[in-house]
Unconditional design. Sequence first.
Length: 349
Amino acid sequence: MIFNTKNLRFLFALTSLFLLSYCNDSSDPTIDQNAGDQAEIEAYLAENDTLAVADESGIYYHVIDTVPTGTSVNSGDILSIYYTAQVMNGSVIDQITRGEEDSLLLRHGVDAIYPVGLDIGLGLMKEGETYRFYIPSSLAYGDYSFSSLIPENAILEIVVEITAIHSIADIIDNQYDQIIEYISDNQLDSTIIDSTFNTTLGQWVHTDTTLFHPLDSVRYFASEQIFYKRLAEGTENDTLRRNDLATISYTGSTLDGEVFDRIPNATPLTYTFDVGEVLEGLDVGISAMERSEDALIIIPSHKAYGESVFVIPRFTKQDFVDLEIIPQYAAKVAPYEIIMFETSLLNNP
């Protein structure tokens, strides 16, 4: 789960290309599915008196709100969106709507959105616009089905509003502020958090967070934007060097406390330190640790799982992991999620 994601992203890209080429393979009898989907979409549009444009990719789109002067979406852009997704002429299967949840962050054009038809559609939009997409099965889930909610060869209908386009610098700055707030709220740093007047002593008494979390203050690695907090002392000066074997146990979670991965002391993980085998942010934090030490390492998304992979509907993520369409971490870690590891650096067995 903590291993470097670059190769997994390449696997996801290859898998997406394979699925698309399979669905469009003229030697396969399912080629008729594309024509059938097109006819079904056009009949549905006519029945509902909806004007939509057929894109060359095969998706159809209807513009609900247009912003002619808005910024166009480009490959690699990070988008904030709201959406409602359903099987065409069916029930809603997933949504993130204004007033109920924060908008979703995702990255366009880098094989990080599934179904791929949605990724294609986002590239047609501008900031501030709302579109309704009709996505044929070859650009949706193919012959995948999920109970009665998603039948085989389902055509998707997705309404999307793009509320903002962000740069990675925007994300980094925002997540720095989120982590600082988390450190303050959870009393992790050695700063005075409370003062009360003791009538017996006749003086102010200050409560310091070191009473809650002893040892060091939180350390910030400015060049990597990693936060490190020692929780239990290790063996003095017994640190790791590049190519050393590192043996660790850990609990990985999001800032809201949801655990996404755990390696216990009884079955620790051993890997080669500082050669790119694990998440960059984790290696940076472990570089500050001594053997037998416990520490908390807080990692912004650009040093962790980055854009991850976003899947609609979200309840199908584990299925797509099992089908090897998306990587394991994407089932637990949302796009641009800050994560943290409560880590023990153990003595090598």
